[in-house]
Design a protein around this ligand. Structure first.
Ligand code: ADP
Ligand code: ZN
Ligand code: ZN
Length: 804
C-alpha cells in the first residue's frame, strides 16, 4: 500500500494539516512529493499538494486520490521544506506557503496542454506517444487523462521532450508567432517541385528551402530570407503542402531591448578585497551571510556580477533580488549584458502568462540566473550557488499579506540548505543587518569610495522656517529656485523628490518646526479630524489638538502634506519654460508608463523629473546635476519607529543620484527640522555616525535590533467586540509571555477602521520567546469559530514593517 499525505486547498485552521489518501496502484512510482493532485474532501473534490509518500496510515477508511494535476513535481524537496518553515515562521496556512512559491497561472484553474519542446524532440518520442501528436505540436490534458497516459508522459517530460503549458487567457496569451511547416515528406516535396511550371519560381524556392530545413520557420523570417510574398506561401498552404501553426513565443519583456555584451571589468583594490571572501565561500561550498556595505556608486553591482560568474562557472545557479522599483531596463541591462540569455527576469509588470513562462524556463533549467523582485527568492533552482539581495534595506522585501515572509529570511534559509553565500548589499543597511555584522553574525564587507573616486555631491540643507520668516510662502526655497533656473540655462537636468510615503497627518509648527511627539514612544502623534485630537498609535496616549505651538506660541501649527500635482502646478507657474515630467502612482499606473517616462527624461526630452520616492533609486542619468528634496520631513514624522532610518536612507539614496558621472552634482534638502540628526548626517553621507546615534535611541525605547517585535491586529465589525477580544488577548499574552517581554496595547490601530471593520492592535517587544508562535497559535485556536465565520479577523505580523 502506498499512501500520499496531502495538504488540501481549504485554507482554514481545521484543515491545516496533512490528510492521507491511497495512491491507486497504477500510479504507484508515478506520484511524487511536490505534485499537485485532486482529492475527494467531504462532498467536494479539492486540490492539494503531495507532501510525503508513506507505506502506512492510521486512517481506516482511506479515500483514493482522484486525479493528478502535475506529471512532474512543481515543488522540489527543498521548496517543500521552505514551505513548512514558512508556515511555522509566519503562522500562515501550509497551503498558502506552498502556493506563494508558484506562479499565479498555476494557482488558477487554467486549462493545460502538453506541448512538444521542439521538432527534434518529436523524433525521439516513444512511438505510442508520437502517434497521439499526429501533426499537431500539442495534446489536450483530457486526452491523456482519459487514456491514462500520465506515466508515459511523465517519462517524456523528465527527458525534457515535452512540457506542460497553461492556456492563460490574459493579454499575454496572444503572444504567438505564425510559423510555416511542411506537411509532405522530403520526397514528396521534391516531386512536387519538379512538377511545378517553370514560372512558379517563388514556390519552387520555398519548397527547396523546406527540403533543406524540414523544421517549422517563422513566416516573417521565411518572407525576408526568400524575398517572397505571403501569397506564394498561402498558395502552397492551399495545395496542402505546407501548413501554418501558431507557435507560442516566450514573452520576454525585455526582448525589444538590445543588450550589448559586456565583460568583467578589472576590479578596483577595494572591490578585489570584498569579492575575495565571497569567492572563497563559493569555492568552499560554505554558507555565509555577507553584508556588502558600499556607498552609492562604489561598484557593488560589478562585485555581484563577478561573483555570479564564478557560480555559473561551477555549473550552479544564482538569484538576484532587487526592489521592484529598481527593476528598470537600466538594471536588467547590466545582467543581460553580462550573461545574455541565461537570465530570467521576474517582476510585477509581467502578465500571468509571462510570469509562468519565466518560471518554466527556470524549472526546465534553461536559465541559470534570475533577477527579480521579492518572490523571485522562490525560483525553483536545485543547485543554487549564491543569492544576492541588492538594496537590502528596502521594505518591499517583506510581503505584507499572508504569508508575511521577508525575502531575506527565505534567502538565508535557502543559502543554508545549499551551502552557498547570501550577499546583502546596501549603501544604507538596516540597523538590524549592520548590528548583526558588528556582532560578526554576518561578515561585513565595506566599499568606502566611489569607483572613479568621484566625490559625493555637496548637500545644502535649507531651513524652510527661515524661508517663511523671510516672506517666502512658496514650496520652493530661494536657493532651490535659483539652482533650478541655473540648470535650465546650462541645459542640465534636475530631479525633484516629493516624499510622500504613507500618510502625512502629523502636526508641525511652520514657524519653529516643532512636531508633536508621544512622550512615551518617541513617534509622532497622529491627527484625528473627527474629534480634533492627537493620538499615539503605539500606546494610546491622547491629547487635544493645541491651537498654539507649545514651543514658540505660533499659531501656524497644523498638519502636513502636499501632492505631486500641486508641486507641478507651482513649478509651471514659477518656471514656465521648464519641461517637467511627473512620476507618481497616477502617471505610472499604465503598463510601460514608468519606463517610457524615464526614457523621455534620459533622452533629454525634459528638464525636470518630479516624483515620489519611486525616482530615488537605481536611476543613472549623466546630465542630472541637481537633486532637490522638497520636504524631507514627511517621512521623518510618520508614526513609525523606523522613521529616522527611512529618512536617512531616502536622503542618502536620492543624493547618490547626482553627479555620478563627469558633471559634479549638488543636492538641496528642504526641511523644517534641519537640526535632526538623520537630515544632518545624510547630508554628510555619514552612515556610521547615524548608526551609532540611532542605535542609542533604539536601545532607549526597546526597539529592534535590541528587541524583536510582533504586531497583532484584531478587527471586527463591532467595536465592542474588537475591544473585548483585544483586551482578552493582551491579558492572555501578559500571562503567557516572560516578564522581560513588553506588551503594548491594546490600542486602536493608526487606521482605526477599514471597510467597516474596527481595528485594534497590540504590540509585543521581546528578546527571547521560544514559544511565541505556539502561544499565538493557541489564540488562533481559541477564536477559531469566530474567525471561520469571518466576523473576527486576527492578523499576526512577526517583524512588522508597516505599523498601521
Ligand atoms: P553601486 O551599485 O555600488 O551603486 P555601480 O555598480 O552602479 O555602483 O557602479 C558605479 C559605476 O562604476 C558604474 O557605472 C559601473 O559600471 C562602474 N564600475 C564599477 N566597477 C568598476 C570597475 N572596476 N572599473 C571601472 N568602472 C567600474
Ligand atoms: Zn513653533
Ligand atoms: Zn506612545
Amino acid at each position: 500500500m502506498k499512501v500520499a499525505s496531502v495538504v488540501v486547498d481549504v485554507p482554514a485552521m481545521q484543515t491545516d494539516r496533512l490528510f492521507d489518501y491511497l495512491i491507486p496502484t497504477e500510479w504507484i512510482d508515478f506520484i511524487q512529493p511536490g505534485m499537485r493532485v485532486i482529492v475527494p474532501f467531504g462532498p467536494r473534490k479539492v486540490q492539494g499538494f503531495v507532501m510525503e509518500i508513506r507505506d502506512t496510515t492510521e486512517v481506516e477508511k482511506l479515500k483514493k486520490i482522484h486525479t493528478v494535476l502535475d506529471l512532474v513535481p512543481v515543488l522540489n524537496k527543498e521548496l517543500l521544506q521552505v514551505g513548512e518553515w514558512l508556515t511555522d515562521k509566519t503562522l500562515c496556512f501550509m497551503i498558502s506557503a506552498l502556493q506563494v512559491m508558484l506562479p499565479a497561472a498555476m494557482r488558477a484553474k487554467y486549462e493545460k496542454e502538453i506541448k512538444l519542446i521542439s521538432k527534434e524532440a518529436f523524433e525521439v518520442l516513444d512511438p505510442s506517444i508520437k502517434l497521439l501528436f499526429g501533426s499537431s505540436d500539442r495534446l489536450g490534458w483530457e486526452e491523456i487523462e482519459n487514456k491514462n497516459l500520465f506515466k508515459s508522459i511523465q517519462k517524456e517530460l523528465q527527458a525534457g521532450l515535452l512540457e506542460v503549458v497553461y492556456k492563460v487567457k490574459d493579454r499575454a496569451n496572444k503572444k504567438t508567432v505564425r510559423h510555416i511547416q511542411p506537411i509532405l515528406s522530403a520526397n514528396d516535396l521534391d516531386d512536387l517541385s519538379k512538377g511545378l511550371p517553370p514560372q512558379a519560381i517563388k514556390q519552387k524556392e520555398i519548397l527547396s528551402y523546406f527540403l533543406e530545413h524540414p523544421k517549422s520557420v517563422e513566416i516573417k523570417e521565411l518572407i525576408t530570407n526568400l524575398n517572397c510574398t505571403e501569397a506564394s506561401i498561402k498558395t502552397l498552404i492551399k495545395k496542402g503542402v505546407l501548413k501554418q501553426i501558431n507557435v507560442e513565443a516566450y514573452r520576454d519583456p525585455f526582448e525589444h531591448h538590445h543588450f550589448e555584451k559586456t565583460t568583467a571589468l578589472p576590479l578596483t583594490e577595494e572591490q578585489s578585497k570584498v569579492i575575495s571572501p565571497i569567492l572563497d565561500s563559493i569555492e568552499d561550498v560554505l554558507h555565509k551571510v555577507f553584508l556588502l556595505y558600499g556607498v552609492t556608486g562604489s561598484g557593488k553591482t560589478e562585485v555581484y556580477l563577478q561573483s555570479i560568474d564564478a557560480v555559473l562557472n561551477q555549473g550552479k545557479e544564482a538569484i538576484v533580488l532587487v526592489p521592484e522599483i529598481s527593476l528598470t531596463p537600466q538594471m536588467v541591462k547590466r545582467f543581460k549584458g553580462r550573461f545574455g540569455s541565461k537570465v530570467a527576469v521576474l517582476h510585477s509588470g509581467l502578465g500571468t502568462g509571462e510570469k509562468y513562462d519565466e518560471w518554466r524556463r527556470i524549472h526546465r533549467k534553461e536559465v541559470k540566473l534570475v533577477v527579480g523582485a521579492r518572490s523571485a527568492v522562490f525560483a525553483p533552482f536545485e543547485n543554487l550557488g549564491i543569492i544576492i539581495i541588492d538594496e537590502e534595506h528596502e521594505t518591499s522585501y517583506k510581503q505584507e499579506e499572508n504569508p508575511r515572509y521577508h525575502a531575506k529570511d527565505v534567502a538565508i534559509f535557502r543559502g543554508q540548505y545549499h551551502n552557498c553565500p547570501v550577499v546583502l548589499g546596501s549603501a544604507t543597511p538596516t540597523l538590524e543587518s549592520f548590528a548583526r555584522a558588528s556582532k560578526e553574525v554576518y561578515s561585513l564587507l565595506t566599499l568606502k569610495e566611489r569607483v572613479k573616486k568621484q566625490s559625493m555631491p555637496a548637500v545644502e540643507i535649507v531651513d524652510m522656517r527661515e524661508e517663511l520668516r523671510n516672506g517666502n510662502r512658496s514650496m520652493f526655497s530661494t536657493s532651490l529656485f535659483e539652482k533650478l533656473t541655473n540648470r535650465l540655462e546650462r541645459k542640465e537636468q534636475s530631479v525633484l523628490l516629493l516624499n510622500r510615503r504613507g500618510y502625512s497627518s502629523f502636526v508641525m509648527c511652520r514657524d519653529c518646526g516643532f512636531v508633536m511627539n508621544c512622550p512615551h514612544c518617541d513617534i509622532s502623534l497622529t491627527y484625528h479630524r473627527t474629534n480634533h485630537s492627537l493620538k499615539c498609535h503605539y500606546c494610546a496616549y491622547e491629547l487635544a489638538m493645541p491651537s498654539k505651538c507649545p514651543e514658540c506660541d505660533s499659531q501656524h501649527i497644523r498638519f502636513f502634506g502636499t501632492g505631486t500635482q500641486k508641486v507641478e502646478e507651482e513649478l509651471t507657474k514659477i518656471l514656465p519654460e521648464a519641461r517637467v515630467i511627473r512620476m507618481d502612482v497616477d502617471t505610472t499606473s499604465r503598463k510601460g508608463a514608468h519606463e517610457r517616462l524615464l526614457n523621455d527624461f534620459g533622452d533629454g526630452r525634459a528638464d525636470i523629473l518630479l516624483g515620489t520616492q519611486m525616482i530615488a533609486k537605481g536611476l543613472d542619468f549623466p546630465r542630472v546635476t541637481l537633486v532637490g528634496v522638497l520636504t524631507a520631513d514627511t517621512m521623518l514624522h510618520l508614526p513609525d519607529f523606523r522613521a529616522s532610518e527611512k529618512t536617512f536612507q531616502l536622503l542618502t539614496q536620492v543624493s547618490g543620484r547626482a553627479g555620478r558621472h563627469e558633471l559634479p552634482g549638488e543636492v538641496v534638502v528642504q526641511t523644517y527640522t534641519p537640526e535632526h540628526y538623520s537630515v544632518q548626517l545624510a547630508s554628510k553621507h555619514d552612515y556610521d555616525t547615524f548608526y551609532q546615534n540611532e542605535m542609542m535611541i533604539r536601545k532607549l525605547h526597546s526597539y529592534p535590533p535590541f528587541y524583536f517585535m510582533a504586531l497583532l491586529t484584531i478587527s471586527h465589525p463591532e467595536i465592542t467586540k474588537v475591544v473585548d477580544v483585544a483586551e482578552k488577548i493582551t491579558a492572555f499574552l501578559r500571562n503567557s509571555l516572560s516578564d522581560q517581554t513588553i506588551i503594548l496595547g491594546p490600542v486602536a490601530s493608526p487606521i482605526p477602521r477599514i471597510n467597516n471593520r474596527y481595528r485594534y492592535q497590540c504590540m509585543i517587544k521581546y528578546k527571547q520567546e521560544p514559544d511565541l508562535t505556539s502561544i499565538l497559535k493557541q489564540i488562533l485556536t481559541r477564536y477559531q469559530r469566530e474567525i471561520s465565520q469571518q466576523s473576527l479577523n486576527l492578523s499576526f505580523d512577526l517583524n512588522p514593517y508597516i505599523l498601521m
